[in-house]
Write a protein that binds this ligand. Sequence first.
Ligand SMILES: C[S@@+](CC[C@H](N)C(=O)[O-])C[C@H]1O[C@@H](n2cnc3c(N)ncnc32)[C@H](O)[C@@H]1O
Ligand SMILES: Nc1nc2[nH]cc(C(=O)O)c2c(=O)[nH]1
Ligand code: SF4
Ligand SMILES: [Mg+2]
Length: 210
Amino acid sequence: MSYAVKELFLTLQGEGFHAGRRAVFVRFAGCNLWTGREQDRATAVCKFCDTDFVGIDGDGGGRFADATALASAVSFAWGPSTAARFVVLTGGEPMLQIDDALVDALHAAGFEIAIETNGTIAVHPGIDWVCVSPKAGSVVVQRAGDELKLVWPQAGSDVGEIERWDFRHFLIQPMDDLAADENRAAAVAFAMTRPGWRLSLQTHKLLGLR
Ligand SMILES: C[S@@+](CC[C@H](N)C(=O)[O-])C[C@H]1O[C@@H](n2cnc3c(N)ncnc32)[C@H](O)[C@@H]1O
Ligand SMILES: Nc1nc2[nH]cc(C(=O)O)c2c(=O)[nH]1
Ligand code: SF4
Ligand SMILES: [Mg+2]
């Protein structure tokens, strides 16, 4: 299969459990919860997305003909060191494109594979670190994994239900929008009142990283 990739870059993981860790990001084009067009945002299932995932025109993006080609680009972006190789598959919704061949090729290149997913498509079992970020109004089928990262506040999300899902870590992340200041305060209040949850900040934005 070929892969449509919006952008591919080396940075520090900015969010969640692995925040601060060097990582290659592969941002797949396309999502099942929003077209990515501003005129469709208000009617989308997911209305608060902070990301441009339309097309294959970003830095390092393109159409990769096969898994070997994409894994080679990830390896090149990481550089020659074989230590602690870490790739984050995101998007858009990466589970629309991830397949056996890609997981095998990234593992063969020595990478630990993490995913950022909305959880509406079952995650490939070969992925090493599963971060699910549920969206109110969607049906989450991936209810187990390493990290549950809830963007907050989200009207209509059932926190009581989410807390019963089988994740090792529960994180609350303030929604970045015009109300970002209030949202940060709401996320802090959430973490203060719900033991077992931790605050996740989008540190790459604070640091001016990608
Ligand atoms: C752009 S999404 C791509 C991966 C996948 N589609 C998903 O939603 O998890 C990457 C992460 O950014 C989070 N995110 C998106 N928009 C955000 C916003 N405005 N504020 C805070 N986090 C946001 C998502 O919830 C997800 O955890
Ligand atoms: N530095 C950095 N960390 C991130 N963590 C999750 C991201 C994403 O958009 O999936 C992201 C991103 O775009 N950049
Ligand atoms: S599910 Fe993820 S990529 Fe899709 S619109 Fe929402 S935050 Fe953006
Ligand atoms: Mg992002």
